[in-house]
Write a new protein. Structure first.
Length: 214
């Protein structure tokens, strides 16, 4: 009951929270720029813990974000729309219709074929952390879309004690968008092989982001 009231209060305060986060995002000193407009029908793959980081970088770019149908997803959905993102509610896990799996996949396929860029947290919505799920590979194989692994390196940040080790940057910190090697999934490629390839590339970017050798 208390959790439900807390969530409803946050939803009520979304206009104020989104304004605060926009102001916060404007203080980040990006050391590089990425031209999202040149991409057509790409899939940006990232860890769930870097969702806020990418939201800061991708403000008002019209990127489509897959958002969980779980109740906590209502908050993320509201914030992302106020940040200039489009959203699709559901999961990339094939056949999980009770969580919007099939309908979400079909919608994402349609949007990718229209040239929209899509962002997916590949270990979301509930983990395990830093373990890529295969739904994004299935999506890329069915559409021919290129997967682009991304992460963000902040000079100063802290992590929440959550399952995804959620990254929150300090205001006015320097930041760099890390872009990994493109992953293409052919019709004959094994899903598991490509899933491991994506996971390894995202883990490499995570090590760089954390200041460890790549």
């Amino acid at each position: 009951m208390i959790r439900k009231l807390r969530r409803e209060l946050v939803i009520l305060l979304l206009p104020f929270i989104s304004l605060l986060l926009r102001l916060w995002a404007r203080t980040i000193r990006w050391q590089n720029r990425y031209d999202f407009e040149k991409d057509k029908g790409k899939i940006y793959a990232l860890w769930h813990g870097y969702a806020l980081a990418l939201a800061f970088f991708g403000l008002d770019r019209g990127i489509v974000v897959l958002v969980s149908r779980f109740r906590d997803g209502d908050i993320a959905d509201g914030l992302l729309k106020r940040f200039g993102f489009e959203t699709v509610r559901g999961s990339t896990e094939e056949g999980r219709e009770e969580k919007g799996g099939r309908s979400a996949l079909l919608k994402l396929m349609e949007l990718l074929k229209e040239g929209k860029n899509v962002a997916i947290t590949v270990d979301g919505p509930k983990g395990p952390p830093f373990k890529a799920k295969d739904g994004v590979i299935f999506l890329a194989q069915k559409t021919g879309a290129v997967i682009l692994p991304v992460c963000v390196k902040f000079e100063k940040f802290f992590r929440l004690n959550t399952w995804d080790r959620f990254v929150i940057p300090y205001p006015f910190t320097k930041a760099q968008l890390l872009v990994g090697k493109e992953i293409r999934v052919g019709p004959e490629d094994a899903i598991e092989d490509k899933r491991r390839e994506l996971e390894e590339e995202l883990l490499r970017l995570e090590r760089i982001s954390s200041g460890k050798p790549g």
